[in-house]
Design a protein. Structure first.
Length: 131
């Protein structure tokens, strides 16, 4: 289906895991929390609130997903799925499923993030810091 739809976001397939060029100070600042957003493949905005060990996504239709934020070393982190009332996320994820992420660069208020898909493919996207 993804091949049939126009990519209206900044998601892309990466050939390999990117080497992180993020400064430790920038990762520390990120992991302490804040308000962010990213674009879905169709261009819809997903708002993210990171607070302590909680990662909450709010979707265009007002539904939410709650995940556990688990910081790791090397500018990486895991998100553990807890629950969602978003139909797409509920169909895609199961409780305690873990997704692996890493931040490999920062430009102004944009974080360049990779995630490993269920098919073991590296995907990249931007996470934007809200002002």
């Amino acid at each position: 289906l993804a091949e049939l739809e126009e990519n209206k976001s900044d998601w892309k397939t990466l050939s390999e895991k990117p080497v992180s060029k993020l400064r430790a100070l920038d990762y520390k600042s990120f992991s302490q929390g804040g308000s962010f957003y990213y674009k879905e493949y169709n261009g819809d905005i997903v708002n993210v609130l990171l607070s302590k060990n909680s990662w909450t996504e709010t979707f265009k239709d007002g539904t939410k997903s709650n995940l556990l934020f688990l910081p790791k070393t090397n500018n990486e982190f895991d998100l553990e799925f807890i629950e969602s009332n978003n139909e797409m996320r509920t169909n895609f994820s199961v409780k305690v499923e873990i997704y692996r992420y890493g931040i490999y660069a920062k430009e102004n208020d944009e974080l360049f993030v990779w995630v490993i898909s269920k098919e073991k493919q590296f995907l990249g996207f931007k996470l934007y810091k809200k002002q």
